[in-house]
Design a protein around this ligand. Sequence first.
Ligand code: 5AD
Ligand code: SF4
Length: 472
Amino acid sequence: MATRDAVRPIAREEILRQQAIAREIRERPDRPLTYHLVTYGCQMNAHDSQTLAGMLEEMGMAPEADREKAGLILFNTCCIRDNAERRAMGNIVFTRKIKRVRPELLVGVCGCMAQQEGFQERLSRRYPHVDFSFGPGEIYQLPQRLLDAMEGRREQAFRRGEDSTLYEGLPILRSSPFFAYQTVMYGCDNFCSYCVVPLVRGRERSRELKQIVSEAQRLVDEGVQEIMLLGQNVNSYGRDTGGPRFEDLLRALGQTGIRRLRFMTSHPKDLSDELIAEMARNPAVCPHLHLPAQSGSDRMLAAMNRRYTRDWYLERVRALRQAIPHIGLTSDLIVAFPGETEEDFEQTLSLARQVRFDSAFTFIYSPRSGTAAARLPGRIDPEVARERILRLIALQEDITREVLRGLVGQTASVLAEGLSKRDPGQLTGKTGRGIACNFSADPDRIGQIVPVLITGQGSKTLKARQIEKENP
Ligand code: 5AD
Ligand code: SF4
């Protein structure tokens, strides 16, 4: 288990030093004037990109939607599965062509791919058109890395750093005035046998409760209605510090006046009764939980090192539904893990049928180097894997449609995020359960939580209209 000693909090002075470099870059006539930021992967990366954008703007750069025109192209990468990696690599390689025409272009690569053993060396050696790279634990170093690149200190610009850092007080460019991400903990100690995250994001480090709550208070004062708390396994918040646990954090955040709290990701093995009770009691906590099951087969769960059984998972679902009857559950499911038989796979189908998730992300197992599962025998034929995932997707689509149909006629509340892209006469947003909803309402309700009556459904979305008041 990680201890407090393993954590190296970034001193305020280090952040100030980076800010001084940022100011220096801002004054330089040879700095890039615009940036094009490409983000792959999970919400944690999306959140990191908001921080990167905040820092780039501090350095006097403006966003540029067209990569062919940007002064700096920065890739915030993901390595969770092979296809995420291949897509990023294809685009990184492509920037060589742009640089041939505009040699002053700067190219940077950060995120989880950059933290893989040996990646930065290979990148620097094979792709001389890439100028700098840093891992997800070092985003606060962006000004230094950029300056190293601008001044041709290639070795420093590609230095692989430690991953045991916590940082506070970086600027951030939020995508919406009503919604914000907050990281509550970094890293993961679970070592699910297929997963590369613990290797690239390091050991669990919880931020201090006080810091998170005062940041949330600032967000609420600025008009934020919904906060999504992020961590690879938020249920183990506080385990590394011996301090307050996740339910204590939710309680404290509830007192900031925030209207909606969501969080992800939760590990079923750590979903405690205390947390469920707090979710039920705290009016700000949305009736939604993303609870990745991964598989419905005990044999596969053991091989995945998930440390719970199918029965345990189903029992937690019962406890959740008993405490919060209208809760919507979503999940991640992996098919074709090494050794998965047709019977194992059918157990996953039957779990999905039994739980009736609102929706699920489905993945074909992708071997990741350095993980325990990459050494397992029993690779599944790609044709079989494809056939299984299609069956699972078809089943889940049916279930989603049925769940949505069951909601028609009920009331809900929706955070109005903006005008619907498809139908600008409508507003769009998410219900408390996290389901996308298009509804007719006055555009001046954007940014507010609006009570609606659900009047219909699409395949993944709800249709609704504004009403006076939501039924209890
Ligand atoms: N192959 C396929 N899916 C994976 N996930 C994580 N690692 C892998 C892998 N090697 C999935 C899990 C996890 C989600 C974020 O990605 O379902 O919950
Ligand atoms: Fe990966 Fe498992 Fe940690 Fe999630 S809990 S990040 S799947 S090791």
